[in-house]
Design a protein around this ligand. Structure first.
Ligand code: UGA
Length: 440
């Protein structure tokens, strides 16, 4: 049985730690933030992720070994498998900030007391695992220590809102390694315990690192592509939902990630596409397609704003009700949320903005205290007296709106469905002006 330490109890670290512990492996989650660790020890989570809180509580209650600690020395000493899951934010120059990753590497070298497998799960630029290996080797030499270790690149493919499901039923497990025995150990940690038979791909370190960036960039590319096609559809009378279905039925294209909307957001796609473009630039390679993915995404937000302005009959003095703040449903994460970008622009252009989200209102208040917004208590109080309702995040709660009731409380019956949740004819029958994305 392996003892596992997770370094960085953020979103990826918590999901990975809790899932491995639920499978019966002894797991310690380390974080530098003492307040966070104290809350986690009581089963209180700093983020909303469906099923995660109950998974953590169940592990704690049922005596499964899932411990939370601020003592990194003890955590490193008592484990043979160390996951690095610290965050890697984007710097002003678009590069990835690796400070936390390198700090983790240095600490591991300081506390190492025997052979360890170090699994890098943080999203890091190609070449970082080799750098981590060098940092640890140099630090060990400086300290006169003589322990061996192996570095593994093991990118994560978890989606916020369905991370636990994604962990247990992943499409693939990618293991970048230099040492076959270490790769086999990591493979066994996953496949020995998971009930699924996901393909495992063993690659070199750099290739595994690149799989992550290339996958996220490709998915982001699909979204920007379909958003551009949606814009043409609006002009020529085609319906994007039918077009996307017609395209997606070709198995070479596939149905996924062909939903148009206000653009992609979240902590991964915008950051990773930018980082990959930055990596290429560092090698003197200009990747025009990557830049275009981001440009189209920025323009999509602007396009949505124009739609709202036109449909509401202007913005200044108008009341706009925005349903949805999170960058996607199932999460309270508002990082790079297209809904937030729309809300901010509406407020700047002097509209009265009323917002509602089932989970992300707290984060909006916390992140943008200067924004003058009206935070609704529920869907209907938010939409009251509005000149335009904007559905910005496709929460289930917004999929069954009472349009008769809405019609009786709004000032103007205008509904902008930025996620194409409804059939246009359905909403129109209640006397609403309806517009989606890529269809009329
Ligand atoms: C993404 C990847 O899907 C995960 O595989 C990856 O592990 C993760 O990033 C990461 O790097 O950690 P996530 O950011 O949680 O996951 O969310 P997605 O479900 O991929 O959605 C990203 C954005 O694209 C959202 O704003 C969503 O609304 C938008 N989107 C998605 C569309 O506009 N259209 C689509 O068809 C799909």
């Amino acid at each position: 049985m392996h003892n596992i330490t997770i370094i960085g109890a953020g979103y990826v670290g918590l999901v990975t730690g809790a899932c491995l512990a639920s499978l019966g492996m002894p797991v310690q989650c380390y974080d530098i933030d003492a307040g966070k660790i104290e809350c986690l020890s009581k089963g209180l989570l700093p983020i909303y992720e469906p099923g995660l809180e109950s998974l953590v509580s169940n592990c704690i209650r049922s005596g499964k070994k899932l411990d939370f600690t601020t003592d990194l020395r003890k955590a490193v000493e008592s484990s043979d498998i160390l996951f690095i899951t610290v965050n890697t934010p984007t710097l002003e120059n678009s590069q990835c900030d690796l400070t936390h990753v390198f700090e983790a590497a240095t600490s591991i070298a300081q506390y190492i007391n025997g052979y360890k497998i170090i699994i890098v799960k943080s999203t890091v630029p190609v070449g970082t695992c080799r750098q981590i290996s060098n940092i640890i080797s140099n630090e060990l030499a400086r300290l006169g220590k003589n322990h061996s270790f192996d570095i593994i690149s093991n990118p994560e493919f978890l989606r916020e809102g369905s991370a636990i499901q994604d962990f247990f039923y992943t499409d693939r497990i990618v293991i970048g390694a230099e040492n076959k025995a270490a790769a086999d150990t990591v493979k066994e940690i996953y496949t020995g315990n998971l009930q699924c038979c996901s393909p495992v791909l063993v690659t070199g370190l750099e290739s595994a690192e690149m799989v992550k960036y290339a996958s996220n960039s490709f998915l982001a590319c699909k979204i920007s592509f379909i958003n551009e096609i949606a814009a043409i559809c609006e002009c020529c009378g085609a319906d994007i939902t039918q077009v996307a279905e017609g395209m997606g039925l070709d198995s070479r294209i596939g149905m996924h990630f062909l939903k148009p909307g206000p653009g992609f957001g979240g902590s991964c796609f915008p950051k990773d596409v930018k980082a990959l473009a930055g990596i290429a630039e560092g090698y003197g390679v200009e990747l025009g397609l990557l830049r275009s993915i981001l440009k189209v995404n920025d323009e999509q937000s602007e396009r949505m704003l124009e739609k709202i302005e036109k449909a509401a009959g202007g913005l200044e003095g108008r009341t706009i009700a925005v349903l949805g703040v999170a960058f996607k449903p199932g999460t309270d994460d508002i990082r790079y949320s297209p809904a937030v970008s729309i809300i901010r622009s509406l407020a700047t252009r002097k509209a009265t903005v009323r917002v509602f989200d089932p989970k992300a209102m707290g984060n909006l208040k916390k992140e943008f205290p200067q924004l003058k917004l009206h935070y609704g208590k529920n869907i209907y109080s938010t939409c009251r007296n509005s000149d335009c309702i904007v559905l910005a995040t496709e929460w289930d709660e917004f999929a069954d709106l009472d349009f008769e009731k809405l019609k009786s409380i709004v000032r103007q019956p205008v509904f902008l469905d930025l996620r194409n949740v409804y059939q246009p004819s359905y909403v129109k029958q209640f006397g609403f002006y309806y517009e989606g994305v890529g269809r009329k």
